[in-house]
Write a protein that binds this ligand. Structure first.
Ligand code: F6P
Length: 376
């Protein structure tokens, strides 16, 4: 019997998604003679049974396209906004999986998608995931597609900001995406030669940052680039977060309903919180150094446009590896990038785990060697 494979893209979009759809699709269709069908807008489209044809025609010319031809959403099967309520629509998704006579479902997404796919595995569906996100924060894989492209965009931005900072003798604080991980800010900060890199994994003391900038001014460089991850926290904020998380854990232990998570806002609230924090940091640095400061928030620029060559190769490698696993009926796994190859990692070992930057990571050590300040 010809296998029928469903594909969906979920979570934030990223460069390389279409390259991955193409990798899975062309390998399934052309190499293995399977049939594939796309579902629109992530798990919502599967819940609503909104399909998209994915035959040879639709897969041509998409390798270089940014975004996802299927559309995406952040909707979760077990917490789906429906008619103004939030409902568990897992059963509807399982029903549509069978109604479409799927033999397997390939989910392209980040950390949240790994968790959602595991839930569907536990409902008996044959799922395989690919690790996608510009944040590079998915556990169990060397890297995620989207990260390399975003790294290039953020690095080019820092390069451009150097000239205006130098011309005006200013501090430029550039906010870089990454959610609760600092990989993007760390990588772009190193590649762009930022003088200060602030990441969530190393809570910072604004005095330490200001001292480094003052030292540069005394040394004849009255300009600096501060690369700040959107999730970076001062030591005070980090302390407050830890206290809030402890309170939540204690309430859970006592069987009480914890207050909603205030520490890590989601959606557009997050962007406002992040921007306010970044603007506040710039103001503090102005006051502490006597230098003018300006803020650039890179935002969704980091998610846009054509994928880099590295991401195209990675997405193709992982997509075709997913097709190989389907041909061997190996399900319930994420296709992880490992060196030049790919490895199937059980979803149980991936879901719910965030890959953050170890404070003693080689990249951090290397940046310190060239004099980069991390606010500590
Ligand atoms: O997960 C990718 C990401 O770009 C994060 O870096 C960022 O915090 C978030 O998505 C923004 O989410 P949205 O596009 O839903 O505003």
């Amino acid at each position: 019997m010809t296998k029928n494979i469903g594909i969906l893209t979920a979570g934030g979009d990223s460069p390389g998604l279409n390259a991955a759809i193409r990798g899975v699709g062309k390998a399934c269709l052309g190499h293995y003679g399977m049939h594939i069908v796309g579902f629109r807008d992530g798990f919502r489209g599967l819940m609503e049974n909104r399909t998209a044809p994915l035959d040879g025609g639709q897969l041509s010319g998409i390798l270089t396209l940014g975004g996802t031809i299927l559309g995406t959403s952040r909707d979760k099967p077990h917490r789906m906004p429906v008619g103004g309520k939030t409902l568990d629509m897992t059963d509807a998704i399982v029903a549509n999986y069978h109604a479409n006579h799927l033999d397997a479902l390939v989910c392209l997404g980040g950390g949240g998608t790994q968790k959602n796919a595991l839930r569907l595995k536990e409902k008996g569906l044959n799922v395989i995931t690919l690790p996608k996100t510009i944040d590079n924060d998915v556990h169990g894989t060397d890297t995620t597609f989207g990260f390399d492209t975003a790294l290039g965009i953020a690095t080019e931005a820092i390069d451009r900001l150097h000239s205006t900072a130098h011309s005006h003798h200013r501090i430029i604080v550039v906010e870089i995406m990454g959610h609760r991980a600092g990989w993007l800010a760390l990588g772009a900060g190193i590649a762009g030669g930022a003088d200060v890199i602030l990441i969530p994994e190393i809570p910072y003391d604004v005095e330490s940052v200001a001292a480094a900038l003052r030292e540069r001014r005394v040394g004849g460089k009255p300009f600096s680039i501060v690369a700040v991850a959107e999730g970076a926290l001062s030591r005070q904020e980090h302390g407050a977060l830890q206290a809030a998380e402890k309170q939540t854990a204690d309430k859970k232990k006592a069987g009480k309903k914890p207050a909603g998570r205030k520490d890590v806002p989601e959606g557009d609230a997050a962007e406002i919180v992040y921007a306010e924090r970044t603007l506040g940091l710039a103001k503090q640095l102005e006051a502490l150094t006597g230098l003018d400061a300006r803020v650039t928030i890179l935002g969704h620029l980091q998610r846009g446009g054509t994928p880099s060559a590295a991401d195209r190769i990675l997405a193709t490698r992982l997509g075709t590896a997913a097709a190989d696993l389907i041909a061997r009926d190996q399900y319930g796994v994420m296709v992880a990038a490992r060196g030049e190859g790919a490895r199937a990692v059980k979803l149980e070992d991936v879901a719910g785990r965030v890959k953050t930057v170890p404070p003693d990571h080689d990249w951090v050590a290397s940046a310190r060697r060239v004099g980069t300040n991390f606010g500590d």
